[in-house]
Design a binder for this molecule. Structure first.
Ligand SMILES: [Zn+2]
Length: 304
């Protein structure tokens, strides 16, 4: 019998841990979370992680032989330090070696979109709809836009550790400047804040994405909501077509708050169909199945 697998998800405010029996079983042996208290700085975050793992050991009577970590950014494969983290206390820190020194076991790190893709592949909607898929593209569209690529059940990280980062592909000048320093990135068009900004720019009114989506469905007089959501569907198809032409995945899973908007699965898919280099569209584009378990489950899958 294989050892149980351990995963830790480092969120902005919480640190969550799980012990799963194996890649084939979805019922955790143990699941725990504590506050990250990340405002107190990097050394304190390390102490909190160490505390959670010792509590997990005490409660389960198990000892990890290695641990997977879901992180807000990625470990630079050359510099061995963290980058692209929105939880900025981690940026520039040698998180992997620090964790290995403190915990005394090997650790594997991956960002949250990669963990999402991995979890949906092994326990979620990919398992249900396309078990054995060779190539999975997992998307998170929320405050930012990210993605992860799973090939034959394993993450594809890439030379720079940025494989799947389609959120910073060029999409359209109308998106304007991106925090990454470029202009018109996918994220500047398809993220939740980008949609709210676009709505305000054409209507002069502030509204949340939830309100915009609601108005699109039930307030035909709100033409700005119609334009915002129709633009989302059009550009979703354009942006995903670039990834589809390159990777030709078996299945695409769309998570995050923007990923919940139903129009992506009707006119968004129509737009994708009309923009790919093929006369029909066979790839399934679907919602995830795991909800907020995906991050911590995916972290555990890193060490399976
Ligand atoms: Zn960008």
């Amino acid at each position: 019998m294989n050892d149980p697998i351990w995963g830790i998800d480092l969120g902005g405010t919480k640190i969550e841990g799980v012990i799963l029996p194996s890649l084939n079983e979805a019922t955790p042996i143990l699941r725990m979370r504590i506050d990250s208290e990340s405002g107190k700085g990097y050394p304190h975050i390390l102490e909190r992680i160490s505390l959670l793992i010792s509590q997990m050991q005490d409660q389960s009577g198990l000892r990890p032989t290695k641990i997977g970590f879901g992180t807000p950014g990625v470990l630079d494969p050359i510099l061995k330090t963290m980058k692209n983290c929105n939880s900025t206390a981690l940026n520039g820190q040698p998180l992997q070696s620090d964790l290995e020194n403190i915990l005394g076991v090997p650790v594997v790190l991956a960002n949250d979109a990669n963990c999402f893709a991995l979890a949906e592949t092994h326990w979620g909607v990919v398992k249900q709809k396309f078990d054995g898929a060779a190539v999975v593209f997992g998307i998170i569209m929320g405050t930012g836009v990210g993605g992860g690529i799973v090939v034959n059940g394993k993450l594809w990280n890439g030379r720079h550790g940025i494989a799947g980062e389609w959120g910073h592909n060029f999409l359209d000048e109308s998106g304007g400047p991106c925090y990454c320093g470029k202009t018109g990135c996918v994220e500047t068009v398809l993220s939740g804040p980008a949609l709210e900004k676009f709505y305000q720019s054409i209507s002069g009114r502030k509204a949340t994405l939830k309100e915009i989506t609601h108005n699109y469905l039930s307030q035909p007089s709100d033409d700005a909501a119609k334009q915002t959501i129709e633009r989302l569907a059009l550009f979703f198809g354009k942006a995903v077509s670039v990834v589809t032409n390159l990777l030709d995945p078996d299945i695409i899973v769309v998570g995050g708050g923007v990923g919940n908007i139903d129009v992506l699965y009707t006119s968004g898919i129509e737009s994708l169909r009309s923009h790919i280099f093929n006369n029909r569209l066979d790839v399934e584009v679907c919602k995830p199945a795991l909800g907020d378990s995906a991050g911590v489950f995916g972290a555990a899958a890193l060490v399976s």
